[in-house]
Design a protein around this ligand. Structure first.
Ligand code: AHR
Length: 326
């Protein structure tokens, strides 16, 4: 099992979608752990940093990583997981693009005796025996932190001074855990101040382009927008482009709150174009490799491992920007 012996010809995925990273499996000795990893895609700066962390950590840990980019499609992730089962990898890890619809393929992995580790995003299955552990952020908490900042800064956020704070929300991918949970957490926090209302909410698919396009349509259809709450930095950066193109000043005429804290987002915060960022840490690779080794050694691991995260104001971002890894 520890060595990938199934010929590439047996794998139905295209070479472009499925590439081996880390050490060469042909050069592995029998004790080398093989991990099949199905990534969501390359939709954001966060995702790029997450992929780099996983690839570098696998190499560092001496784990033979088989990596597939699903291009934000669940069917591609299911195909990748099935190919990893066929290849008899030692462990499968993946970041599910959406929450639901995983039971069948996870049961196939379980029947094959291959442990599964969820990273970054959760699945909504009732059967928690289908995975060993879930490593990632608390997305509800992230949404709450964004909403709490807005409640605390409500007076300043009422840009047009009409007593109502109109928020437009740029949602992440429909059905994805971070989109669902961040919206929920934000709604819970802003319920503390009845003058704050989410006037419009639409998906920008976690991409810069998506954020720009949705913001353009909000600017045309919603009067008196005070605040943008974007579920990630990339959509917030796209919104900045749309706001500037409309002749408005991001961060002043319209306040902007985002989640992630990647370098581009932090730079925009330092520049005053974003007003507040909630961190979502993409550097999950080292913990993932450690968990995989423990699971395969038969050691007990916690069912949930929550990532440590913080928040950034403009001053706080300025203090750390130069040393930001991603
Ligand atoms: O699942 C984490 C989210 O996915 C990040 O916030 C976002 O940037 C990414 O695309």
């Amino acid at each position: 099992m520890k060595k990938s012996l199934i010929a590439a010809a047996a794998i139905s995925m295209s070479a472009a979608m499925l590439t081996a990273c880390g050490s060469d499996s042909n050069a592995s000795d029998d004790d080398t752990i093989t991990m099949g990893f199905s990534q969501v895609g390359a939709e954001s700066g966060w995702r790029t940093a997450n992929t780099a962390s996983i690839q570098a950590s696998a190499k560092e840990a001496g784990i033979d990583l088989k990596f597939a980019d699903a291009q934000q499609k669940q069917e591609n992730q299911i195909k990748a997981i099935r190919s990893y089962i066929q290849q008899k990898v030692d462990v499968i890890a993946f970041s599910p693009v959406v929450e639901s619809g995983w039971d069948t393929v996870l049961q196939e992995a379980k029947r094959a005796g291959i442990p599964v580790i969820l990273t970054d995003r959760a699945v909504d299955s009732d059967d928690t025996s289908l995975y060993e552990t879930f490593l990632g952020s608390d997305f509800v908490l992230e949404g709450e932190k964004a909403g709490e900042w807005l409640v605390a800064n409500a007076a300043d956020a009422d840009v047009d001074g009409d007593g109502t704070i109109k928020v437009v929300q740029l949602e992440g991918t429909t059905g994805a855990a971070p989109a669902i949970d961040r919206a929920d957490g934000f709604a819970t926090a802003i319920a503390a101040d009845p003058s704050i209302e989410v006037t419009a909410s639409q998906t920008g698919d976690f991409t810069r382009d998506g954020g720009k396009q949705v913001m353009e349509s909000f600017l045309n259809s919603v009067q008196g927008i005070d605040v943008v709450f974007a579920h990630n930095d990339d959509m917030g950066l796209g919104a900045i482009e749309a706001i500037e193109a409309a002749g408005l000043v991001p961060g002043k005429d319209i306040k902007i709150i985002t989640i992630d804290a990647v370098k581009d987002g932090m730079q925009a915060l330092v520049d005053g174009k974003i007003n507040f960022i909630v961190e979502c840490n993409p550097l999950l690779g080292p913990q993932l490799m450690e968990l995989a080794k423990k699971v395969l050694a038969g050691e007990e691991v916690p069912k949930r491992v929550v990532t440590d995260e913080t928040t950034f104001t403009q001053e706080e971002a300025a203090a750390v920007l130069a040393d930001r890894q991603y």
